[in-house]
Design a protein around this ligand. Structure first.
Ligand code: 13P
Ligand code: SF4
Length: 327
């Protein structure tokens, strides 16, 4: 019965009992099952508030590698759950809604990427963590937006490198390092959407406000940014800066932590091109809800499974990343 309910959607589509305190019930289930809840900064604020740890994709992988919990509930997207399972194959790993995918990971199908690699013999393959487990099996070292520069620079300058799948991040790292990495042309539908004109208009409206941008944004946005960094890097910058106003060009979920950490400061979400949609929200990240988190902990579905062969191959480039970044 549970399997049928799951087949129709990526989560267990049954109502949670009425009149329960959802937050307390989740905390109780978590204790009973020795589970840990890890959440990405792009999750809904109530999920961030109940999580044991909130972080960027590197920090989530580092946590998953070292936690002593028996169960990991990864409130993020599917590739984050896969990464946790690859690093801790003996643990049960769940993502509350397994339909929480990633347009960037989807822009790089493993069979196409394999052909691309074959067309560039002798290249080291560096892949962003926003990829499927299958793509990671084709990869020499994984990176996140926090450590991409450091990892690229850990290779001698003459190394021939393929970088995928995010072209904007690849271009940015090429510009920082003077490398000429061959780039896969993938992109994130959220970060591609920010409007230069609207950000410039906001800057006029709020003189002195700094622009914070994730490196998945287009080059035109990065050119006018005052800080370009991963989600955790942008959060740190906004906390340490004496400036009081920021225009934030990344998924708007990060504003929750920015505001909590900096009650006296103002954070303005950068507007997307299309005024009719909430395009600065990642629709995949927002699929996870407290109700789905409750059902996921209670019924232990949907679970992430990875074949032994894929796990064995994919763990190597992830471990290499963790070694270079210091686990
Ligand atoms: P971070 O590496 O900053 O967590 O970014 C992950 C992501 O999905 C950005 O869209
Ligand atoms: Fe993927 Fe973009 Fe969502 Fe990040 S914001 S998880 S890159 S679709």
């Amino acid at each position: 019965m549970i399997n049928d309910k799951l087949k129709k959607s990526g989560f267990l589509n049954i109502p949670v009992p009425e009149n329960i305190d959802l937050v307390e019930a989740i905390k109780r289930l978590k204790r009973e099952k020795n589970a840990v809840i890890l959440a990405h900064y792009y999750q809904e604020s109530e999920i961030q508030d109940i999580a044991d740890f909130v972080g960027d994709s590197l920090a989530l992988a580092q946590w998953a590698a070292k936690t002593e919990a028996d169960v990991i509930v990864l409130c993020g997207v599917h590739f984050m759950g896969e990464t946790a399972k690859i690093l801790s194959p003996e643990k049960k790993v769940f993502v509350p809604d397994s339909d929480a995918g990633c347009s960037l990971a989807d822009s790089c199908p493993a069979d196409e990427f394999e052909k691309f690699i074959k067309r560039h013999p002798g290249h080291t393959v560096i892949s962003y963590v926003n990829t499927t487990a299958a793509v990671k099996t084709l990869t020499d070292v994984v990176v996140t937006s926090t450590n991409a520069r450091r990892i690229v620079e850990s290779f001698p300058p003459e190394t021939k490198i393929i970088f995928g799948p995010d072209e904007n991040l690849g271009n940015y790292i090429n510009s920082l390092t003077g490398r000429n990495m061959v780039l896969w042309k993938g992109a994130c539908h959220v970060h591609e959407q920010f409007s230069l004109e609207k950000i410039l208009a906001l800057k006029e409206e709020h003189p002195g406000a700094l622009v914070l941008a994730h490196p998945e944004c287009k080059t035109v946005i990065l050119k006018i940014a005052d800080c370009i960094d991963s989600t955790s890097g942008l959060l740190k910058f906004s906390t340490h800066s004496p400036v009081k106003k920021f225009i934030v060009a990344t998924e708007s979920g990060i504003l929750h932590k920015m505001q909590l950490s900096n009650p006296g400061k103002v954070f303005i979400p950068a507007p997307p091109n299309d005024a009719t949609c909430a395009c600065n929200e990642c629709n995949f990240m927002k699929l996870n809800t407290l109700e789905k988190l409750y059902n996921c902990l209670k019924y232990e579905v949907p679970e992430i499974f990875i074949s032994e062969e894929v796990q064995r191959k994919a763990v190597k480039p992830i471990r290499k990343m963790l070694e270079i970044s210091g686990l």
